[in-house]
Design a protein around this ligand. Structure first.
Ligand code: TYC
Length: 112
């Protein structure tokens, strides 16, 4: 009996088989950013960074001051749907509390 009769896929030698490259790619990640304004209280921003992004008081204070001094700052990095949801929840929360705070999300720079 030959080998051909025993194995399910028999390579008889004249078929070239190429192994495909993996099709999965890393997803594009998005950063959620807060913009500075002159009216939203600093304490409100620090609390919001703890509530929605789970930062410690120290880290939240650092991020808030970065936004206050530089005009904007990164709160966290997520997949697109999570970044969109967080950003929309933060805007709703700011609006509910009658503060002009703005939150956005944008693709991370891939060169970084
Ligand atoms: N600039 C605000 C103030 O002086 C504080 C602030 C920080 C507002 C961060 C918005 O995203 C912000 N009260």
């Amino acid at each position: 009996m030959s080998n051909k009769d025993q194995v399910p896929f028999f390579d008889d030698g004249d078929t070239a088989v190429q192994v495909a490259e993996p099709q999965l790619k890393e997803p594009i990640m998005y950063q959620v950013v807060l913009l500075n304004d002159d009216y939203t209280p600093m304490d409100f921003v620090v609390e919001l960074l703890q509530m929605f992004f789970f930062h410690s008081t120290e880290k939240a204070t650092k991020i808030m001051l970065e936004i206050h001094n530089a005009g904007k700052g990164v709160c966290g990095i997520y997949t697109e749907d999570v970044a969109a949801t967080k950003s929309s929840m933060v805007n709703q929360y700011a609006q509910d509390n009658e503060h002009p705070l703005r939150c956005e999300f944008e693709p991370c720079d891939e060169s970084e």
